[in-house]
Design a protein around this ligand. Structure first.
Ligand SMILES: [Zn+2]
Length: 408
């Protein structure tokens, strides 16, 4: 409450957009602000950030702002500002959550991260700093050929990190390769050294789907935890050793907008650390539900009961129904010939399925894919099967299983 009040007072004194909001509300005194008063403030939409960024930055903070831009799923870039204090708090939350698993600051760490562009921008000095001051190695998450994956397995065997951090799809592909080459009849590749395990694998940015989690757990034999945060929203929640997501409630206030019968709704994020460009009731684009249950792990931080990915991780029925993309994954993971795939639902709702294959599909598999996807969406929509040599990740280096261009 004290942090929230301080932020609200700051907004009223220094942020033009909120000065106007408070003037219009009249009777709201920032110094006596209560949690319930949050609902009287406007929801911060991406469009507002885009159109009124100047009015949302604090007066006198211009020199202290750090500029970020994100590609965004719609292809429209979003520019926003953060500041050193906010970024420090974000990093502190990451370190804090990892200690729940026995990973301490300075422990050896391997990150699978970023696009080639992002990595090449990091100069030599930065890499040396990462390696020798932070004890951390960053490996590129893009262009994951088998050769490169085998190289990474060798790197992991030598470096033996206590923490592996990165996109779950990337870690999943490395884990699959470890299981593949670990078989007695395997023709080769880098063998996994079974003498050690990391303390933790922390996954970020993408959905960690149950079948991916199972493969990663089998290959690495260590705890796996989901980190939930983003550049724009800051660090929001992290999974604990008991497998539940805990909110960093001393750094972020999370509300659920228009919850449905199960308590699910759009998450609104109020970041308590960012003063340069305050994010208050920011619609981050994810859906979730809160829980007031305690957790067997004993942490006092409240729980996020459920978290569903961004709106474009949903398939859209012709009647506007949203079907979570994991439903499509449940169908496709049962098709052994698929090495990699990406479902694109086009604006007219039909599916293009891009596939990288181990071997040609049988007629039976083609039918199972078509009818499976039609059952998921409950409509006899056209399903095009398109074979490719590889599927490129997004320009950010992130790999997406399901992309929907349809609108609900
Ligand atoms: Zn817990």
């Amino acid at each position: 409450m004290a942090k929230l009040r301080r932020l609200i007072v700051h907004c009223q004194q220094h942020v033009p957009y909120y000065q106007r909001v408070f003037a219009q509300l009249g009777d709201l005194n920032p110094a006596h602000f209560q949690i319930a008063d949050l609902a009287r403030l406007p929801i911060l939409e991406r469009a507002t950030l885009r159109e009124r960024g100047d009015e949302l930055t604090a007066q006198g903070w211009q020199k202290r702002l750090i500029r970020y831009s994100t590609g965004g799923s719609t292809g429209e870039p979003l520019v926003f500002y953060t500041d050193k204090h906010r970024e420090s708090c974000l990093n502190a939350q990451k370190l804090r959550a990892r200690t729940w698993f026995g990973v301490m600051p300075g422990d050896r760490q391997v990150d699978f991260w970023g696009s080639p562009i992002e990595l090449s921008r990091q100069n030599r000095l930065r890499r040396l700093k990462d390696r020798w001051l932070l004890n951390q190695v960053v490996l590129s998450a893009s262009n994951l050929t088998l050769e490169r994956i085998d190289g990474y397995i060798g790197d992991l065997n030598r470096f033996r990190p206590r923490l592996i951090y990165g996109y779950p799809t990337v870690i999943y592909r490395i884990a699959s390769r470890i299981l593949e080459t670990g078989k007695a009849d395997s023709p080769g590749g880098s063998r996994w050294d079974r003498q050690w395990s990391p303390k933790l694998i922390a996954c970020t940015s993408e959905m960690l789907l149950p079948h991916m989690r199972a493969v990663i757990a089998e290959a690495f034999a260590c705890p796996i935890a989901n980190e939930y945060g983003s550049r724009d929203g800051g660090m929001i929640a992290h999974e604990c050793p008991a497998g539940h997501l805990h909110l960093f409630s001393d750094h972020v206030v999370v509300e659920v907008d228009r919850p449905d019968a199960e308590g699910m709704g759009d998450l609104l994020i109020t970041n308590l650390d960012g003063y340069g460009m305050p994010f208050i009731r920011y619609r981050i684009g994810d859906r979730g539900a809160l829980s007031d249950e305690s957790c067997p792990c004993g942490l006092p931080l409240p729980r996020l009961r459920e978290l569903q990915g961004r709106a474009n991780d949903f398939l859209i029925g012709r009647d506007g129904r949203m079907i979570h993309s994991s439903a499509a994954n449940y169908v496709l993971r049962e098709i052994p010939a698929l090495r990699q795939y990406q479902v694109r639902q086009r604006a007219d709702h039909h599916f293009d399925l891009y596939m990288v294959l181990h071997r040609p599909l049988t007629e039976d598999e083609r039918t199972r894919i078509r009818t499976g996807l039609q059952q998921v969406i409950d409509e006899p929509l056209e399903v095009n099967l398109i074979e490719q040599d590889s599927i490129a990740p997004e320009s950010s280096g992130k790999y997406r299983w399901v992309i929907s261009e349809a609108r609900s």
